[in-house]
Design a protein around this ligand. Structure first.
Ligand code: NDP
Length: 253
């Protein structure tokens, strides 16, 4: 059974694989045997070193995922390198919070461009070679914020963007199921990364997050990466359109 978690010979594109959850996903997929193409803007040298030191076959492309041309360029880079693309993990994302009356158009656009438009463009670009190959696995990184309105931070754009990611996932899953292309998502709760650090360090927010999480702790990037690996691997061959919640029980309340 464990061999069904192997990805030997598979090729994987991970957006935002340079840090946080994306870097943990890169390690998990690399350890399972996948060849990796990572995109991101910051900490590229650090990420390169950590993945190369682990012995994975890895390449990097610097790209701002908000650029409408970037997702296609990343898929093209994968095809130029390997001639095929087996796995796409749409992980790059940003959070933004603030009272809605003060939430200007620019911040709304920033969140939507990054969390929704880039995910759509990435899926659209990857589905072309996956359809030709007759196989593929896409995993989008959603959030518990796509299901519930998080407290105490007000996050109208982030919540809306992650709900869109979940529904995009289900829609594409049904469209491509008969072509052997699976499309799933993970919905993390509070995970210890740069994105949530401000809240973890906030004496007003963190106790609320902890008390609302039955496991009474934040999660680690590795705990999300393990679920992404499952959804990319043959172990989940009959799973598509699923939004796998990874939240220490947060949504059970
Ligand atoms: P981080 O802030 O640590 O990482 C965000 C990643 O997204 C970085 O790799 C960053 O790259 C990339 N990114 C953001 N904007 C762009 C852009 N315009 N162009 C290219 N890359 C970009 O956060 P996480 O690791 O926590 O977040 C990863 C995903 O997990 C996101 O989709 C997030 O919404 C989701 N998530 C996180 C949760 C948490 O509690 N941490 C909870 C639920 C979901 P760069 O270094 O170039 O900025």
């Amino acid at each position: 059974m464990l061999e069904k978690f192997r990805l030997d010979g598979k090729t994987a594109l991970i957006t935002g694989g340079n840090r946080g959850i994306g870097l943990a996903v890169a390690h998990a997929l690399g350890e399972a045997g996948a060849k990796l193409l990572i995109s991101g803007r910051s900490k590229v040298e650090e990420a390169k070193k950590s993945l190369a030191d682990a012995g994975y076959d890895v390449a990097f492309v610097q790209a701002d995922i908000r650029d409408p041309a970037a997702p296609q360029q990343l898929v093209d880079a994968a095809l130029a390198r390997w001639g095929r693309l087996d796995i796409l993990v749409n992980n790059a994302g940003i959070a933004s919070h603030g009272d809605t009356p003060d939430f200007d158009e620019e911040r709304w656009r920033q969140v939507m461009d990054t969390n929704v438009d880039a995910v759509f463009r990435g899926c659209r670009a990857a589905l072309v070679p996956m359809r030709k190959q007759g196989s593929g696995a896409i995993v989008n990184v959603g959030s518990i914020s796509g299901f519930i309105s998080n407290v105490p931070q007000n996050q109208v754009a982030y919540n809306a963007s992650k709900a869109a990611v979940h529904m995009m996932t289900k829609s594409l899953a049904s469209e491509f199921a008969a072509e052997n292309i699976r499309v799933n998502a993970v919905a993390p709760g509070y995970i210890d990364t740069n994105m949530s650090r401000g809240g973890i360090e906030n004496p007003e927010w963190f106790p609320i997050w902890r008390d609302m999480t039955p496991m009474a702790r934040v999660g680690t990037p590795d705990e999300v990466a393990a679920c992404v690996l499952f959804l990319c691997a043959p172990a989940s061959s009959y799973v598509t359109g699923e939004v796998l919640v990874v939240d220490g029980g947060y949504l059970t309340r």
